[in-house]
Write a protein that binds this ligand. Structure first.
Ligand code: 6PG
Length: 235
């Protein structure tokens, strides 16, 4: 079980976005102060969009910031489902390096995962920050039940990314994924979750109660976190 899980509650998503963007800015600044560079993982999905809108206004030395997606859908860059495309639209114009983790024109999700893992080995680890989203079904990053679930949770320690075929396929994006592994996520120096809605809150609370044997991916990930985790939530 994680040492400590702290909930941060806000009146609405806009207030949450301000707070989370402020925290992310602080983490990036601290890493740049300490090491001259920051490497962070950011999620796709809808929840972080207002966070990114605020974060792009931050006065940061963006050239020193490398951003990887917590997960990517196996689709070409530019596809509306592509998380890297979403993140890149926000942060590439600021000068950040945004790393596309799925090779162009690939259909083989396992090979895509291997190539993402190789790319990750070239970055500075551990991540300075991993900001996670959570789906209503309890998935996080792209750790989903299915044939790759065990590998995502219990693969070799040095494996940071892998290909995943969700089963069942999530209706909002019914495609294979590449995701950070549980190891890649929980070793981050800062681990934050940003979610909205009572439904997701209920799922996360249930997952935390279930602990290491949780049926929800987010429960399995949190059970393995060694550092305190901040969960930011708005209705
Ligand atoms: C993805 C995301 C994923 C996301 C959740 C929540 O590619 O699917 O990175 O893990 O964070 O699905 O998405 P929403 O914020 O859109 O609900």
């Amino acid at each position: 079980m994680s040492e400590e899980i702290e909930w941060w509650e806000y009146d609405d998503a806009a207030e949450m976005a301000e707070a989370v963007a402020g925290d992310v800015q602080f983490i990036i600044e601290s890493a740049i102060d300490a090491r001259g560079a920051a490497v962070i993982a950011l999620p796709g999905g809808n929840t972080p969009k207002p966070i990114y809108a605020i974060l792009t206004q931050a006065k940061l030395d963006w050239k020193r910031v490398t951003i990887v997606p917590t997960d990517e859908r196996v689709v070409p860059l530019g596809d509306p489902l592509s998380n890297v495309t979403l993140i890149g639209k926000s942060f590439i114009p600021k000068g950040a390096r945004v790393v596309p983790i799925v090779p162009q024109a690939t259909k083989d999700y396992k090979a895509a995962g291997k190539s993402a893992d190789a790319l990750m080995q070239d970055l500075h680890w551990p991540l300075d920050l991993c900001l996670l989203g959570v789906g209503g079904d309890g998935h996080t990053a792209s750790i989903f039940p299915g044939p790759d679930f065990d590998e995502a949770l219990n693969g070799p320690k040095e494996r940071r990314a892998l290909g995943v075929m969700p089963d069942p396929l999530p209706p909002e994006a019914p495609v294979a994924r590449v995701t950070l592994s549980r190891q890649g996520i929980v070793t981050a120096r800062a681990l934050m979750i940003a979610v909205t809605g009572q439904g997701k809150r209920d799922v996360i609370e249930k997952a935390i109660k279930q602990g290491a044997g949780s049926s929800y991916p987010i429960g399995r990930v949190l059970a393995d976190a060694e550092l305190p985790v901040d969960i930011h939530w708005a209705p």
